[in-house]
Design a protein around this ligand. Structure first.
Ligand SMILES: C[C@H](O)[C@H](O)[C@@H](O)[C@@H](O)C(=O)O
Ligand SMILES: [Mg+2]
Length: 392
């Protein structure tokens, strides 16, 4: 079966929600006094947008084949990522075959290695890779999960991330992950408040509902270890991304000293097989959480997942809408998925990348069956005005 060659690669940007899901209006739970590495500065403690968590915005990558078929994907990256796609990465796709995604990935990664490797550049590369898989699915008339070996289970089940696990329980999710609100700079007072919030939520949800804390890189090893042991009294299932993504040594020690039965998780700001190999070989965590729009795309996540599977480590991708769902449903070591609650009060289920994607599937009663639409099964919302800041 021969496929039309790739003809055009285009990169667009758009603001207001979408793949840069931190880019929300005021009063949203996701921007309400959440602990971060910047919390040591009081002026940046209340709002993550104040220090720029939403500075990039959404990147939309379109790849058009010679027969006019268009694959697309969205991720976090905005204008700087669009520049990298147009001025650097596009040259490895235009004129190539859509089935050459291994060679294309290799060329994108090693041609940008001198200034990339993680973060923004690999976000841009991931966006291109996801758009390539969307195009491949459309040309083969198959959903991406079919290209990945097919479903290993009929439906996905989800835990929900928000400030209101009690509401997530009512909506049928299997667990609730809360953001940590106070970092080390708020001292013993802050630690007490963190534990009091957890205790209160445990009261509301009962003993059998999973509760997790997402620390968004905000802690030091000593604080994280103390928090874990205090939180253990309230049945915390896992402590997430407690330390800087680069502190592999800290994660190794946190996992060693965490209470028996508590899981240590991280990885959403890690990238490529090499970064995850470090987390796995240094025994940093019980679950890795790559974001498929940031870690290198589907082509790289296949490699990352195999490394983890060989060590019996679960891969629960960071919430990235359809891009993670199509992967999770094909892997035995990904038994559930994350759903980020994007309603400002976390009281109802809305599409994660709202309003950018038409037909974006959402969990109902905490579960979701993927249909068999080709590619990732979503379309861009024509009401979202895209801007193409660069051409090539
Ligand atoms: C809720 C967390 O603070 C982040 O906003 C979230 O994006 C991420 O860490 C997650 O695991 O969902
Ligand atoms: Mg997280």
């Amino acid at each position: 079966m021969t496929f039309p060659l790739i003809k055009h690669v285009r990169a667009f940007v758009v603001r207001g929600g979408g793949a840069d899901y931190h880019d929300q209006g005021s009063g949203h739970w996701i921007d309400d006094h959440i602990a971060t590495p910047m919390s040591r500065y009081p002026e940046y403690r209340q709002s993550r947008q104040s220090f720029g968590i939403n500075v990039l915005g959404t990147l939309v990558v379109e790849i058009e084949a010679a027969d006019g078929t268009v694959g697309f994907a969205v991720t976090t990256g905005g204008e700087p990522a669009a520049y990298i796609v147009e001025k650097h990465l596009a040259r490895f796709l235009e004129g190539a075959s859509v089935t050459d995604y291994e060679k294309i990935w290799d060329q994108m990664y090693f041609s940008t290695q001198f200034y990339g490797r993680k973060g923004l550049v690999v976000n841009a590369l991931s966006g291109v890779d996801l758009a390539l898989w969307d195009l491949l699915g459309k040309l083969r008339k198959e959903p991406v999960y079919q290209l990945l070996g097919g479903k290993v289970r009929e439906e996905l089940q989800f835990y929900a991330t928000s400030s209101r696990p009690d509401l997530s329980k009512k909506l049928g999710f299997i667990g609730g992950k809360m953001p940590l609100h106070h970092g080390p700079a708020e001292g013993e007072e802050g630690l007490k408040k963190n534990i009091a919030e957890l205790a209160e939520m445990r009261e509301r949800v009962g003993d059998d509902f999973w509760l997790m804390l997402d620390c968004w890189m905000s802690l030091d090893l000593n604080y994280a270890t103390r928090l874990a042991h205090e939180a253990h009294k309230h049945g915390l299932k896992w402590i997430e991304e407690a330390l800087s993504p680069d502190d592999y040594w800290g994660y190794r020690d946190l996992k060693k000293n965490a209470p028996k039965g508590m899981l240590v998780t991280t990885g959403e700001h890690e990238a490529t097989r090499w970064g995850f190999r470090m987390l796995l070989e240094m025994d940093c965590c019980d679950i890795i959480q790559p974001d498929v729009g940031w870690c290198g795309g589907i082509t790289e996540l296949i490699k990352i997942s195999a490394l983890a599977d060989a060590r019996g480590v679960m891969v629960i991708p960071h919430g990235s809408s359809v891009y993670s769902y199509h992967f999770v449903i094909t892997r035995h070591n990904s038994p559930f998925a994350e759903f980020l609650m994007m309603a400002p009060d976390a009281d109802k289920v809305v599409p994660m990348f709202n309003p950018l994607l038409l037909d974006e599937p959402v969990p109902v009663n905490g579960r979701l069956k993927l249909d068999d639409k080709p590619g990732f099964g979503v379309q861009l919302n024509p009401a979202c005005k895209l801007h193409r800041p660069y051409t090539h």
